[in-house]
Design a protein around this ligand. Sequence first.
Ligand code: ASP
Length: 239
Amino acid sequence: MSVATSSVRKGETLIDTAMTLNAMHVDVLVVRHPESGAVKLLADKVNCAVINGGDGSHEHPTQALLDALTIRRRKGELSGLTVAICGDILHSRVARSNIHLLTTMGARVRLVAPRTLIPVAVERLGAEVFYDMNRGLDGVDIIMMLRLQTERMRGNYMPSIREYFHFFGLDYEKLAHANTEALIMHPGPMNRGVEIDSVVADDFGRSVIREQVEMGVAVRMACLELLTRNLPDESSKNA
Ligand code: ASP
């Protein structure tokens, strides 16, 4: 259901919506919500499985899983790799989920961004912070570029888009600091010429952006399969 046309817009609370959905006896709910923590709140109230499809700037677990699958297919394993996550870390649920997954799997994570786009005390999540792209990309195996989430920004976080691209946009000059075999990733949607140079994004020797989309289908199918595997079959449900 779309929030724009649903009862949520008519003033129903999230918990009332959860109760309504619960009464429909669905098997799985996939929820994307603009508020951080809303999916957890909903999951605590319903009996079925809930997949977080992205909650505010908090988490995006299936994106991290599809990123991990893409990396594993190309590099064999995650352990021992150095991954640079670059750009708007502050507003990125993709960054948070990836930090958790990658550090759990034994990869080293670097966060590369201007000071204004780095969350306070983010090193506590186990990542190293860099404010300079060339240093942050030095010798890395994976480069994950993030979109500037202007829809979540209140105020100015950088002098101009042009300056942002100059210092933090991925172009061949900055890419030259990474490992020669480094993969380029982006969760999409991409802002060409803002966080990534168009030619770099389309460099299919290095860029695995399309493969990420493909792996997204596989990972989400796997999640649905796992969560529905032990459901009682229809005949026993009716019995
Ligand atoms: N598609 C990703 C997300 O939903 C990344 C983005 O929107 O920039 O968070």
